[in-house]
Design a protein around this ligand. Structure first.
Ligand SMILES: Cc1cc2nc3c(=O)[nH]c(=O)nc-3n(C[C@H](O)[C@H](O)[C@H](O)COP(=O)(O)OP(=O)(O)OC[C@H]3O[C@@H](n4cnc5c(N)ncnc54)[C@H](O)[C@@H]3O)c2cc1C
Length: 266
């Protein structure tokens, strides 16, 4: 197989099934803001696509985020049991509310609660913004590559770019099983994103996984690549980019994987 024949796994491919990960150097954005634990009121809630929920949060004593950062949401049961998970911010820094988009996993502990139980007016315990690596400050050219709900932090980047009139800095490629399962599909399409669907045709494009041939026209020297999705998707996308000649130091990966490590003790 040549490099150009390389393909990304379906966004639903189980972690570990794809090529080996690209490990980025341990660089951080020193100016990335960080916030502590606080509460947030659910100001709005929508279910724009099946099996997911979009939460609009009024975060008390909010620290403004940079696109790409995330929040931790902590749930506490009556017996004191707690569970916490990370969720990327979908909203731009200029949005008065913090928007999260949660894909509901049928056997998930936290995502099912957020998708099925939470109602407008509820209070949630949150910590954020968090993250100094997977952040875009709005000044440099970037290639955004997302799979499934991995598009969420990329949407924050697109929205921020739109707000500051710098959409020209971004090239975007996203993948989902079907268009109906792609979060923010219309908004991404309007921003010029290449949309790849793996289980159905999209336009003139037959159902197929993302390939290096998709990404090559979007890549320009000087870009930083932001890749987000399942562990398998992120690792394979990183390998595609490296195969195209992109320096590993120019690739930033964010993996949405099984979150056992986020589970604190009682
Ligand atoms: C930095 C970061 C940002 C994230 N941002 C988002 C986001 O914007 N939107 C979003 O929906 N999720 C996001 N996630 C994933 C999220 O943190 C949780 O892992 C996810 O919601 C599952 O939690 P759960 O409690 O429902 O499932 P769990 O009870 O933890 O797990 C249930 C089952 O699903 C498996 N599993 C866990 N997580 C995933 C996953 N992501 N994909 C496939 N299988 C999984 C587990 O192995 C287990 O079998 C992010 C993760 C990280 C690390």
């Amino acid at each position: 197989m040549t490099e150009a024949d390389a393909v990304l796994p379906d966004p639903a491919t189980p972690p570990g099934a794809g090529p080996q990960p690209v490990e980025p150097p341990a660089l951080v954005t020193p100016s990335a803001p960080a916030g502590g634990w606080t509460t947030a009121t659910v100001a709005g809630l929508r279910r724009p696509i099946a099996r997911s929920v979009e939460l609009r949060l009024d975060v008390h004593d909010r620290v403004d985020h940079l696109p790409g950062q995330h929040y931790v949401v902590r749930l506490t049961a009556e017996d004191g049991y707690t569970a916490q998970r990370s969720y990327s911010v979908a909203s731009a820094p200029g949005d008065p509310l913090v928007e999260l988009f949660v894909e509901r996993l049928d056997d998930g502990e936290v995502s099912t609660y957020l998708a099925d139980v939470v109602e407008p007016g509820d209070e949630l315990e949150v910590r954020g913004p968090i993250g100094g690596w997977f952040v875009w400050d709005g000044t440099s050219p970037a290639l955004l590559v997302g799979g499934g709900s991995g598009v969420v932090p990329l949407v924050a980047m697109v929205r921020h770019a739109r707000d500051i009139g710098r959409l020209d800095l971004l090239r975007v490629a996203v993948s989902a099983r079907t268009l109906a399962e792609l979060p923010y599909a219309e908004e991404l399409a309007a921003a010029g994103a290449l949309i790849v669907t793996t289980r159905e045709a999209h336009g003139i494009r037959p159902a197929a996984r993302m390939t290096a041939m998709d990404l090559l026209p979007l890549w320009e020297p000087g870009q930083t690549a932001y890749v987000c999705g399942s562990a398998a998707f992120a690792e394979a996308a990183g390998q595609l980019l490296v195969g195209m000649g992109v320096a590993p130091s120019a690739i930033r990966l964010e993996r949405f994987g099984p979150s056992a490590l986020e589970q604190p003790a009682r």
